[in-house]
Design a protein around this ligand. Structure first.
Ligand SMILES: *[C@@H]1O[C@H](CO)[C@@H](O)[C@H](O)[C@H]1NC(C)=O
Ligand SMILES: *[C@@H]1O[C@H](CO)[C@@H](O)[C@H](O)[C@H]1NC(C)=O
Ligand SMILES: *[C@@H]1O[C@H](CO)[C@@H](O)[C@H](O)[C@H]1NC(C)=O
Length: 331
């Protein structure tokens, strides 16, 4: 058995004492979500546990991945059958702010990237998508997920369509080449408004993994607060989810100063945590000691928010399972 898997099974209850591997079904009655202290709850105040799968739609073609492999409904059913009740659906800002993309269809977008085979494959598995515009296709994915009782968190992954993230990709922080704060606020509002009547769109992550040489706290507070207000103004139903600095590994600064918003009951924070960010400790150290150390560290980086009365969404986590070293070989 994978020792790290074992460790993390032991470890999860420490960080999330009320977490169990079962997930609530998102049935029609659940309604929109809000927060109650550190919990996310439904309209009748019952706790809703988000168990989300990531589905990427922020890559170069701006088309949800996999539509060339299986019918969209099959993908949604597979997500559900694996026990997830939610999808974190990623989108690039350009999807809604770049005028040259407004009328581009799924087929055209794939073909102009030289992906004629993918376009043909989409025509086989999801023919109804080929002539949809990119935003229509994105909406169709969201409503398909709804038909399968799957909640959606819209995650603004990046501005320019493509793989995310590096410090110098011009997408890292407010003011970077492709990250104009006003364009971002406009894009958030368009998305929030577009999905204002989609009952399964329960949250919006305002921006994935802020990072890079420009990152600073003054702008973090200024723009994250503005982003949260902008979304809430046009779509008061969704949870607004704020990510931290340094690739969303750090929210420590919130222990000193909280964000100030005009509304309540909708604010969630998110944190990312990958084993490979721990500087080789898992491979080199005594694994029990490393586990204790990293658990402590995670509480300092963001776990303390639970005690402050905010939900914390662990929106990306993982270990390198390519088998490069003993510690993480799955056998
Ligand atoms: C819009 O997108 C195209 C294609 O990705 C890009 O070349 C162009 O620079 C973008 N325009 C703006 C105003 O961001
Ligand atoms: C959603 O936004 C549209 C466009 O602004 C608006 O006409 C509509 O009333 C809104 N619907 C809800 C449920 O807020
Ligand atoms: C755990 O933390 C302690 C105290 O900071 C340190 O002395 C020790 O080397 C760390 N152990 C590992 C395996 O990282």
């Amino acid at each position: 058995m994978n020792p790290l898997f074992l460790i993390c099974l032991l470890f999860a209850p420490l960080l999330f004492p009320h977490w169990t591997p079962t997930t609530a079904t998102f049935a029609s009655g659940v309604g929109f979500l809000s927060t109650s202290s550190r919990w996310v709850v439904d309209q009748s105040g019952r706790r809703v546990k988000l168990a989300c799968a990531n589905w990427a739609a922020h890559l170069d073609p701006i088309v949800a991945e996999g539509l060339g492999s299986r019918p969209v409904g099959d993908i949604a059913a597979a997500v559900r059958s694996m026990g997830f009740n939610c999808v974190r659906l990623t989108w690039p800002l350009y999807l809604v702010t770049n005028a040259s993309l407004t009328s581009v269809t799924v087929g055209e977008s794939l073909r102009r990237l030289g992906l004629a085979e993918s376009a043909a494959a989409v025509a086989v598995h999801n023919p109804q998508f080929v002539d949809l515009t990119l935003i229509q296709a994105f909406k169709e994915v969201v409503s398909t997920l709804d038909r399968h009782d799957i909640m959606v968190i819209l995650d603004n992954q990046i501005s320019t369509p493509g793989w995310c993230c590096s410090k110098y990709d011009g997408n890292g922080f407010f003011g970077d080449t492709f990250f104009d704060p006003n364009e971002w606020l406009r894009g958030l509002q368009i998305m929030a408004e577009t999905f204002n009547s989609s009952r399964n769109v329960v949250g919006m992550s305002l921006r994935n993994e802020l990072r890079g040489p420009k990152q600073n706290l003054v702008d973090w507070y200024r723009y994250m607060q503005m982003g949260a207000e902008a979304v809430h103004l046009v779509n008061p139903n969704v949870l607004v989810i704020l990510s931290g600095l340094d690739y969303d590994k750090v929210l420590t600064f919130l222990s000193v100063e909280q964000v100030e918003l005009t509304f309540e009951g909708k604010l969630v924070f998110e944190l990312h945590w990958y084993g490979f960010s721990d500087g080789g400790d898992w491979e080199n150290g005594n694994i029990n000691e490393v586990c204790a150390n990293i658990s402590r560290l995670m509480m300092v980086k963001g776990g303390f928010l639970l005690k402050q009365g905010f939900p914390l969404f662990l929106s990306e986590f993982g270990v390198d399972i390519r088998g490069y070293n003993q510690g993480i070989t799955i056998s």
